[in-house]
Design a protein around this ligand. Structure first.
Ligand code: SF4
Ligand code: SF4
Length: 310
């Protein structure tokens, strides 16, 4: 037991040195209840065009099938909160997480460093690490490993840090000391449900119809047009949506991130509404060359901007 704790403490301390906000560890096992909820959610077709969510169901609900010999799931959070805002209050809005460089690349590099440091410290071991990139139920693992509870807005919330953070995981083939989940602190609050402009969150919370969520509509939906029913409900969001985090009282505990790669270094926050309306493909490429926004391509972002103004 002492050795398992010692190893876990070493990983947590090194991860914090590398800039991770929190680290929690859970035993790799079947996600029994979570698997039932995933099946129900898929059955309701709330995942819409995100068909990849249907793939690898067995591996998704059991990390031991994803990583042979997997014993522990180490979960990490990485802060992206900033007080910085777009200069023009009328400019179409970008979600905070996409102000800087693509988080996949930034965090994967950190995980690689940690992975190599762990190999040096503990000797060779097997496993894999992930940033939003494989069939891993990351919110459920973060919940099980004590990083926070899954709120009514379906996001992971930490009582001391809020919810503006990315999640990442390592699945490794050795045992560690495991953390305990944190209790749900949403209580009678319904702010996120009340504030969601498209009613994407179920009236009782904890269930999201992603096909109605502005993040899905502006990022995942690949069709030429956003459905007309959302015409007056977008609240000026052109990439993602932060409303159900902005209104969450636990986010008063968010603190400014310290990651230079998440600072806008291409001037996207300085653009006016007019600049966005006249955005050319080459400006798009310059603004978003190393950004997660690249995913929508010029055509997708233009579609979103036009939908707000037409
Ligand atoms: S991100 Fe926006 S649209 Fe999606 S559930 Fe939250 S408030 Fe609703
Ligand atoms: S806004 Fe309220 S109900 Fe929604 S996630 Fe935050 S605490 Fe929970």
């Amino acid at each position: 037991m002492a050795l398992l704790k010692q190893k876990a403490d070493w990983i947590k301390a090194r991860a914090k040195e590398l800039g991770f906000l929190s680290v929690g560890i859970a035993k790799a096992e079947l996600l029994e209840e979570e698997a039932v909820r995933l099946k129900e959610w898929l059955g309701l077709n709330y995942h819409g065009e995100m068909k990849y969510m249907e793939n690898h169901y067995d591996k998704r609900v059991d990390p031991r099938l994803l990583v042979e010999g997997g014993k522990s799931v180490i979960c990490f959070s990485y802060n992206y909160y900033t007080e910085q805002e777009q200069l023009d209050p009328h400019a179409p809005k970008i979600s905070k997480y996409a102000y800087g460089r693509d988080y996949h690349k930034v965090i994967k590099k950190k995980l690689k460093t940690l992975w190599m440091d762990m190999q040096k410290e503990f000797g060779e071991f097997g496993g894999r690490y992930f940033v939003d990139s494989a069939p891993v139920m990351e919110r459920d693992w973060a919940n099980r490993s004590g990083l926070g509870w899954i709120g009514k807005n379906t996001l992971l919330i930490n009582p001391k840090q809020g919810s503006y953070f990315f999640l990442a995981e390592m699945i490794v083939d050795f045992e560690l000391l495991y953390d305990q989940p944190i209790a749900d602190h949403c209580g009678t609050c319904t702010r996120c449900i009340d504030a969601c402009p498209t009613d994407a969150i179920d009236a009782n919370g904890y269930l999201m119809d992603a096909t109605k969520c502005i993040s899905y509509l502006t990022i995942e939906l690949k069709e030429d047009d956003i459905p007309e029913e959302f015409k007056d409900k977008m609240e000026n969001w052109m990439y993602g949506c932060d409303i159900c985090q902005d209104v969450c009282p636990w986010n008063r505990f968010s603190s400014e991130h310290q990651e230079s790669d998440f600072i806008d270094n291409t001037g996207k926050l300085d653009l006016t509404k007019e600049d966005w309306n006249n955005l050319t493909e080459s400006e798009f490429n310059n603004l978003f060359f190393a950004s997660a926004v690249k995913r929508t391509k010029y055509k997708g972002l233009k579609r979103n901007i036009d939908f707000l103004t037409d």
